[in-house]
Design a protein around this ligand. Sequence first.
Ligand SMILES: NC(=O)c1ccc[n+]([C@@H]2O[C@H](COP(=O)([O-])OP(=O)(O)OC[C@H]3O[C@@H](n4cnc5c(N)ncnc54)[C@H](O)[C@@H]3O)[C@@H](O)[C@H]2O)c1
Length: 292
Amino acid sequence: MKIENVCILGAGTLGTRVGLQSAISGYNVSIYDISQKALDGSFQVMKKILHQLKKSDLITEDASVEALAKIHFTMDSKKAVANADLISESVTEEVDIKKKVWKQFGEIAPEKTIFTTNTSYMLASMFAEDSGRPSKFCAFHFHDVFYSRVVDIMPHPGTDESLIPILEDFGRSINQVPVFVKKENPGYIFNSMLLALIGAAGRLLTNEIAEIEAIDKSWMVNFHMPMGPFGILDSIGLDTAWHVTHNRRDSASQAFAAKLKKYIDQGKLGEKTGEGFYTYPNPSYKDPDFIK
Ligand SMILES: NC(=O)c1ccc[n+]([C@@H]2O[C@H](COP(=O)([O-])OP(=O)(O)OC[C@H]3O[C@@H](n4cnc5c(N)ncnc54)[C@H](O)[C@@H]3O)[C@@H](O)[C@H]2O)c1
C-alpha cells in the first residue's frame, strides 16, 4: 500500500508537528480540529518551526513554501478524511474524547484508511473497537518529531500484522526512527522511562526536597542534557502532563497533578503559552550560566 494522503486529527502540539513533517516529506496533509483557534494556532506554530529549520539550514525557502502548500486545515471531518490513506490521531489525552473521535472517523473514513493513535499513555485497545475496524488500528506514537525522532509502533492484540511494515516505512519516510513494541505497554518504551524520571522530579518538588532549578540542573549536568525534567514538562505541555499524572491513582502522582493544576489555572501551560515552570522563548535553563 502506498501512502500519499495523511489526515491529522487534533491541531495541537503534536498534530501540528506530525502534520508539518509529513508535508515536508512530500505527503498531502489535512489537519482537522473542532477549534478554529487551534487550527489558526497550528498554522502559526508551523511557520515558526519552518523559520527555525531555515535558520539551521535544514530546509530551503522554496521547500518550506511547498510544504505549507501541501497542508489543508479544516473543521469539516468529511473533507479532512475524504481520501486519507492514514489517520494520525493527536486529540486531547482523554479516553472519552478519543473514543468519540474514533467512532466518528470509523464511520466516515474510506475503506483503505489505516488508523493510528498518538496517545502517550493509553493503549490502542482502549478505543480500537470504537473505530469499528480494530484490525486496521495501531498505536503510532511520536515524541517531538523534529528534535526527538523516535516513533513507537505498538500493535494491540487485534492489529493486522501487515500494518507494521507499512508504518515502519512511513515512519522512516518522515525522518523518524521506528521502534517496535512487542506488546501493549502504557508509555511504550521511552515514555515508560520518562515517566519514572518525571515522577521522581515531581516527588522531589512536592515533598519540598529541592527547587525546580536544582532538580533540572542535577539532570542536565550529570547527563549532559539540554534540559531537565521541568524543562521537558514545559515542552510537552503542562495540560497534557496533567492528564497523564491525574489519571494515575497513587498519592505522589495526585500531589504532583495538583501542583500542575495550579499552573494550568493561571494559563501557564508551558512553552506553547510562553510560560510554565520557565518563561519562553528564552528559558533560564538555556542560559550557559544556568549550569555554572
Ligand atoms: N505534547 C507532547 O509532547 C506529546 C507527545 C507525544 C504524544 N502526545 C499525544 O498527542 C495527543 C495530543 O497531545 P497534544 O500535546 O498535541 O495536545 P494539545 O492539547 O496541544 O492538542 C489537542 C488538540 O485536540 C483537539 N481536540 C479536542 N477534541 C477534539 C475532537 N473531538 N476532534 C478533533 N480535535 C479535538 C483540541 O482542540 C486541541 O487542538 C495526546 O494523546 C498526547 O498524549 C503528546
